[in-house]
Design a protein around this ligand. Sequence first.
Ligand code: ATP
Length: 246
Amino acid sequence: MAAIRLDGLTKRYGDHVAIDDLDLTVPEGDAFGFLGPNGAGKSTTIDILLDYVRPSEGTATVLGCDAQRDAREIHERIGVLPEGYDLYDRLTGYEHLRLPADLKGINVDADRVLDRIGLSDVDADRPVGTYSTGMCQRLALGMATVGDPELLVLDEPTSGLDPHGISLLKQLITEEVTRGTTVFLSSHGLEHVAATCDRVGIIEDGQLMTVAVIDDHDVSLAALFDRHTSTSLPERENPQSVSGGL
Ligand SMILES: Nc1ncnc2c1ncn2[C@@H]1O[C@H](COP(=O)(O)OP(=O)(O)OP(=O)(O)O)[C@@H](O)[C@H]1O
């Protein structure tokens, strides 16, 4: 079964077409990178998957459920790091970890989550209003993992993370994929996408330009991005190669 399936997905804001007849299938167990320049439509696509935004046309299916009709079930089965997440200044890290657990009706092994995201129990006892940007990002990432979700949706997960945080993120994604979780990751950072994803889809102007497998040969990821979008990327963001552009 596909973890994510988009059929003819279209989103218009007035005359502006943000998502244009998008077809995409992400198989279960994939680590899928969703790449594209600013304004390409990445967040809008994710917002439709999460039923934060309704499509103008087409359908989005998540874990076999209709993204609009079955949104509640989907949210119980997935973990989400949204782009513009909200944390509560007065609540502690521990209290934040209980929020997704309460939503899913489960207990949370907070120490395990904290260990994975590199926050201490002292940090977790403090109000989040005292956290740095990177600590907030780590906590939001940890919240996404609560309940061992079947699908992790990560919108710009490296945002605000230092190298150690990025290393923990990569390790977390590897562990999740090994566990059988599907990871759908939106990012501007090719380096991090290449290091953690099996396949990438490149989107521009709301259209899927290509889907490619990441491996050690054939054309470079940056070259693929250059070929399929009007945006060029610095070559230093290209540590790995891809093949199989469709
Ligand atoms: N609420 C809205 N009203 C009008 N236009 C919108 C709205 N939300 C998004 N758009 C437009 O839809 C297009 C896609 O935006 P989206 O945020 O999905 O892009 P993105 O790929 O996530 O960009 P970024 O990488 O900059 O976050 C953009 O042209 C944006 O201006």
